[in-house]
Design a protein around this ligand. Structure first.
Ligand code: FAD
Length: 494
């Protein structure tokens, strides 16, 4: 007999709701806990999971497998090619191990919610009780409603409700207990699983060695690293976050998104720690307690709540339906220039090169490049959304879709369509001294002063030209006017 926990995007032992319940159940029945993780290449294709993310997941599994092994808990990891076979395989394994209970945490994308529902039903047919728990978000979707009983589609009132809820229900931040040690007999019984090597990444998701080394150095995997990073951030940067978070050269954000999206860190662990730090700081007013970093973390909850209540956003549809009819350009060469960071707009190019190198991009820059693609180039934002998923190590459908919808003005609580970022002004404001640009676009390292933001407009363009830096691929004023026209025209039809 056994109790099984299915790991998905919750790759940690500490503060993991379903894992805790599985461990408690196993202990109460005097049977071992067995864990399972399925690598599904078809899922990776469907979710456009980047090779960087797959690599991070595999590195995390190595850590997790070792940690669990110390408690005599086996982690069975296997590759199942076809998505449709995943549930069958898990249930077959449960039967083989004599498990009558299976636990997992809920994922909120529409396909995953349907899969979870199917699992419960198929489990029942086989006499296996399946429990699916909320764990990924601080406040589970469905709880917060407007005064009129509707779901929130605007962030600020939602965040006020979220804050109140967390304040009034402190148990949502209570950590779960890590799993306890398995009975000694488990080591012998599951010897084969303990000695199984981890599978490799599917061939189309394998990183070249040099990139793998580079990314493992930048993004060490596993929950211990996540905790270290969180502690360092809270100690050194949290207090100044509000003032510094928008400046990409400052390195002032937590860089924890990869851990939240792989589940190596629970959002509630981070919120709890930030609230404790805020409480011990000079200002104890509720708005300050929950402001700053915690309110950014709450965006993550917000976008997951949107997925659940408006699941059509998972189907390439804009949240704002009336924006379905905009005539986008599908110009491959222009799109490629954007992807490669060769647009002639230094801040855009710096940001895209950061993405291509680090598999991560600063939030302010994500907004700038997304606005540039959708508005200045009028290229369908969904192509940008997809490119981000192909590259990001922290790729998360809800936050990425939400961020793109915000910037393209098609999403939930978006930037209004007539607010069009001027990339040069954004650059002057948020990278005033051009440090971020010079770091990522070395060809502009020799351009002095403010000319670095717009070498051909503000400067004479001589250094940029000699260094082979391209001219702007579109005139911003022209791009802006064209975007306004097309958005208006689309809205008129929609
Ligand atoms: P911090 O500033 O330290 O914030 C802490 C945490 O709060 C983040 O790790 C993240 O989990 C959450 N958070 C912060 N800002 C946001 C936000 N605007 N929306 C949702 N959650 C937020 N985030 C992802 O995790 N995955 C994505 O695929 C993703 N795609 C994005 C695409 C676009 C176009 C935009 C504008 C934003 C996107 N974001 C995405 C949100 C945000 O840019 C990143 O979460 C953030 O830059 C991660 O860096 P950090 O951990 O240093 O963030």
């Amino acid at each position: 007999d056994a109790v099984v926990h299915w790991f998905k995007r919750d790759l940690r032992q500490t503060n993991n709701r379903a894992l805790e319940r599985a461990s408690v159940k196993a202990k109460s029945q005097g049977v071992p806990l067995v864990c399972i993780f399925i690598i599904s290449p078809q899922d990776y294709q469907a979710h456009i999971t980047s090779a960087a993310r797959v690599d991070f997941e595999l590195r995390t599994l190595e850590v997790l497998k070792e940690d669990l092994k110390e408690k005599g808990i086996p982690l069975y990891v296997t590759t199942i090619e076809q998505r449709k076979d995943v549930l069958g395989h898990i249930l077959t394994k449960c039967a083989e191990w004599g498990a009558k209970h299976l636990f997992c945490n809920m994922e909120y994308e529409v396909d995953e919610l349907r899969r979870e529902a199917r699992l419960v039903k198929r489990g029942l047919e086989k006499g296996i009780a399946v429990e699916v728990l909320h764990d990924d978000v601080v406040v589970p979707p469905g709880i917060l409603r407007t005064g009129a009983g509707k779901h929130y589609s605007v962030y600020s009132p939602w965040f006020r409700a979220w804050t109140k809820y967390v304040h009034d229900h402190p148990h949502v931040l209570e950590p779960s207990e890590p799993p306890t040690r398995n009975p000694d007999s488990a080591v012998e019984r599951f010897r084969e699983i303990f000695s199984m090597p981890l599978p490799s990444a599917p061939p189309n998701k394998t990183l070249p060695d040099a990139q793998r080394d580079h990314l493992s150095h930048l993004w060490p995997a596993g929950e211990h690293e996540a905790m270290l990073r969180l502690e360092r951030f809270v100690e050194q940067k949290l207090g100044k976050y509000k003032e510094t978070r928008n400046f990409p050269a400052e390195n002032s954000t937590a860089m924890l998104s990869v851990h939240f999206s792989a589940g190596t860190l629970a959002a509630r662990t981070a919120v709890r720690m930030a609230l404790t730090a805020n409480k011990s700081s000079s200002s104890k007013d509720p708005p300050n307690l929950f402001g700053g970093w915690v309110s950014e973390l709450a965006w993550r909850d917000f976008y997951k709540h949107v997925l659940c209540h408006w699941p059509y956003v998972c189907m390439s549809k804009p949240f704002k339906y009336e924006y379905s009819d905009i005539r986008w350009d599908y110009h491959q060469e222009k799109f490629t220039r954007w992807c490669e960071g060769k647009t002639g707009f230094p801040i855009v190019d710096a940001a895209m090169r950061q993405l291509n190198s680090m598999a991560w991009m600063h939030n302010r820059c994500r907004m700038i490049v997304a606005s540039f693609l959708a508005k200045d180039l009028l290229i369908d934002w969904r192509l940008g959304e997809k490119y981000f998923m192909e590259r990001l190590i922290d790729g998360d459908f809800a936050s990425n879709n939400g961020g793109w919808g915000f910037s393209a003005s098609t999403g939930v609580d978006p930037q209004p369509y007539f607010r069009i970022f001027n990339p040069f002004l954004q650059s002057e404001k948020f990278d005033e001294r051009g440090e971020y640009i010079r770091k990522w676009v070395p060809k502009l390292a020799g351009v002095e002063g403010k000319a670095v933001h717009d070498p051909y407009g503000r400067g004479k363009g001589k250094e940029a030209e000699e260094a082979g830096y391209p001219r702007p691929m579109v005139e911003h004023k022209f791009g802006r006017e064209r975007a306004l026209e097309r958005y208006k025209e689309g809205l008129g039809r929609g």
